[in-house]
Design a protein around this ligand. Structure first.
Ligand code: ADP
Length: 158
């Protein structure tokens, strides 16, 4: 393998949490370059715009040198082909993530047989953490400072 290996970490990141950051940090130690790909998901109603999610992620990963953040829409398999990268990173928190992630990984492989999905597990402190839980806690007036990067907490406080 003579080219720089990039791995793509896709997600909606609505908003980015410390769990996402934990996975990005782990992945950045395994691969020369990590591309965090922020998706416009037609099924989910997002709280934050695509531009805002990209901005928040860029701020959150600014001290990790080999990470870049991009946005994309369309089919992930096509995007991977375009940038000539075939490694996907996904996070696994609990058994409940498994079925969906397993289906996605096999479907992406069906769409492009070169795609390999690498699953990383976060620190156990983050296994209970999800973007939707952060939104729910914030909506009910709870403290989210320990769950998300500072710039994300600031955004909620605005
Ligand atoms: P999607 O809408 O594509 O599931 P998310 O932003 O919710 O996007 O999650 C992106 C990826 O990050 C998924 O693989 C998800 O399982 C993983 N993830 C989300 N929260 C955590 C967490 N707290 N710890 C580890 N992985 C996580």
């Amino acid at each position: 393998m003579n080219k720089k290996v990039s791995a793509v970490y896709p997600g909606s990141f609505d908003p980015p949490t410390n769990g996402h950051l934990d996975i990005i940090t782990r992945a950045s130690r395994l691969f020369p370059e990590i591309i965090v790909a922020v998706t416009e998901n037609s099924v989910k109603n997002h709280m934050f715009s695509l531009e805002k999610r990209v901005e928040l992620l860029k701020k959150s990963v600014s001290d990790i040198k080999n990470v870049k953040v991009i946005s994309f829409s369309g089919l992930l398999a096509d995007y991977l082909e375009k940038i000539d990268s075939f490694i996907l990173i996904r996070g696994l928190r609990a058994l409940s993530d498994f079925e969906y992630e397993f289906q996605m990984a096999l479907m992406n492989r069906k769409l492009n047989k070169n795609i390999e999905t690498v699953f990383l597990m976060p620190d156990q402190d983050y296994t209970f953490l999800s973007s939707s839980m952060v939104k729910e806690i914030a909506a009910l007036g709870g403290k989210i400072e320990e769950l998300v990067p500072e710039c994300v907490a600031d955004e909620f406080n605005k």
